[in-house]
Design a protein around this ligand. Structure first.
Ligand SMILES: O=C(CO)COP(=O)(O)O
Length: 131
């Protein structure tokens, strides 16, 4: 089976949650190819030294769009996007475009930690199947 590719993205107020989530599931995430927007990727790598994360541009500078383009190209198998619903974002159109493409291409998308915890369980099953 091909290596699955995951995308990690978090708004500033949710980066602690993303770092915690990635650290808690570091062993599960290790076999996957991981792409992240710039600052999210830096935080994840800080907390998870054994993960290899490809960092794209920061979200407001085009990172969300880069991940969206990867989704459109069929290169992302699941999106973990911890969204802050309480703050305005200068690149809100990009945020919406990223979520929209995940919907258009029907890839699993976790927008909060509660959903991410459930989605990651399905990847544990995938790893077990491969072993
Ligand atoms: O802005 C983002 C998502 O919309 C995330 O970008 P950073 O990970 O670079 O902060």
């Amino acid at each position: 089976m091909d290596k699955l590719t995951l995308a990690l993205v978090a708004h500033d107020a949710k980066k602690d949650d993303m770092a915690r989530f990635a650290a808690m599931h570091e062993a599960t995430l290790r076999p996957f190819a991981i792409f992240a927007t710039g600052t999210t990727g830096a935080r994840v790598m800080e907390h998870c030294p054994t993960l290899s994360v490809t960092r794209l541009k920061s979200g407001p500078l085009g990172g969300d769009q880069q991940i969206g383009a990867m989704i459109a190209d069929g290169k992302i198998d699941a999106l973990f996007f911890f969204v802050d619903p309480l703050s305005p974002h200068p690149h809100d159109v990009d945020v919406k475009a990223l979520m929209r493409l995940a919907l258009v291409y029907d890839i699993p998308m976790a927008l909060n930690p509660a959903t991410a915890e459930r989605l990651i369980e399905t990847f544990k099953a995938h790893i077990a199947q491969e072993a």
